[in-house]
Write a protein that binds this ligand. Structure first.
Ligand code: SF4
Length: 375
């Protein structure tokens, strides 16, 4: 397949791996803040073949996993209201809420539908004017432009039966929150290629300078990740702390300015709770006042929901990169992708699901795997 196979060439992978081994003289910890990268690293076993002491720490990069429990509960509360058609990407349907999940509500008769874009939800609202159509707008900067465009389209069509339940999160504040933690052991980051395709990398430059960490914008294929790791290691070994771009085929420094304008016209920055991590100031997006009428949380008045996390789930520690899924007593036993107890076991981008699907078993941690004890 053109533009995919080239980035999976085994000979080039071996060459890059040899260069990583040659370049690494000290122990380093690199965090990827992207579920797609986590999936590739774990599925391809990249973390298993790195030099001893060069650790990949899997950060809060899965959009499904970081959507706060309160939002999942609000989605469930809206979905069961009469006359509501609740639409969402498929992964969100199986995320456990405090009392239920969207898929279970659908099985019990709620009108919950999987869509492949927010525009599909707008078209449902056009076709079915007697239904109140709600789209679950979750994710990082990557999905925000399409969600913004859906609201603009609904306004232009004069639709009064379309709204979105917003739970957008922003990557840079999460990175600074991780770096501000006094127990943080992260030496460098692989920044998410798709987020940077939208946002560019200018906003990472002050982070690299202030915290003195290299940040390498990196793609998702095995060769992308190996090259991103090599670039980060070379910076660390030479004492540089810069933003570099490995993903040159998709990312420019300024990003996609049209997409940024769409987001800025519809959303405003707000404090946001990250599931398992807690509230991070100015780390999310909410609808701007001019578009408040499209806010499903206001339209359906679902405030004051009491949430209840499963006490057995250690997803918070996994999302902060201080524990591994195999440290969780539920992993592969009471919690599997078929029967997830926590959000990281739901999506293929979740660290627990990535570990499970790669066949990783809960064994005594090796030096490579012992994240929590060193972080
Ligand atoms: S294995 Fe399941 S219960 Fe354990 S942390 Fe992951 S999602 Fe939570």
């Amino acid at each position: 397949m053109k533009y995919v196979e080239e980035y999976r060439d085994p000979q080039l992978a071996r060459q890059l791996l040899d260069e990583i081994h040659a370049a690494t003289t000290k122990p380093w910890s690199l965090m990827e803040v992207c579920g797609g990268q986590t999936n590739t690293i774990v599925r391809q076993g990249i973390d298993d073949v790195l030099p001893v002491g060069l650790r990949m720490v899997h950060g809060p990069g899965c959009p499904v996993c970081v959507t706060p429990l309160e939002m999942v509960d609000k989605a469930c509360a809206i979905a069961v209201q009469p006359g509501v058609t609740f639409t969402s990407y498929g992964d969100m349907l199986r995320v456990p809420g405090s009392h239920s999940d969207l898929l279970s509500l659908k099985a019990r008769g709620a009108d919950v539908r999987v869509v492949y874009s927010p525009m599909e939800a707008v078209r449902i609202a056009q076709r079915e004017p007697d239904r109140q159509v709600v789209f679950f707008a979750v994710g990082f900067e990557t999905t925000a432009p399409a969600n913004a465009m859906s609201v603009i389209r609904a306004r232009d069509l004069g639709l009064s039966n379309f709204s979105i339940l917003v739970s957008h999160v922003l990557v840079p504040p999460a990175m600074t929150s991780i770096l501000d933690d006094e127990d943080c052991g992260i030496d460098g980051f692989l920044a998410a290629g798709h987020v940077c395709a939208v946002m560019g990398w200018r906003e990472y430059e002050p982070i690299a300078a202030r915290y003195r960490v290299p940040i390498v914008v990196t793609g998702f294929e095995p060769l992308d990740l190996l090259e991103g790791i090599l670039m980060a290691v070379r910076q660390l070994e030479s004492g540089r702390c810069e933003v570099e771009n490995q993903y040159i085929r998709a990312v420019r420094r300024n990003g996609n300015e049209h997409a940024q304008e769409a987001v800025a016209s519809v959303f405003q920055v707000a404090d946001r709770t990250w599931r398992g991590v807690g509230e991070i100031p100015r780390s999310g997006l909410e609808l701007a006042a001019a578009f408040a009428e499209f806010d499903a949380a206001r339209r359906f008045a679902v405030e004051g929901i009491e949430t209840r996390e499963n006490p057995a789930c250690i997803a918070g520690a996994i999302l902060r990169g201080t524990r591994l899924p195999t440290d969780c007593p539920m992993y592969g036993r009471a919690c599997t992708p078929r029967m997830p107890l926590g959000a990281p076991m739901v999506s293929s981008e979740g660290t627990c699901a990535a570990f499970y699907n790669a066949g990783r078993v809960a064994e005594p941690a090796t030096a490579q795997q012992t994240v929590g004890s060193q972080a």
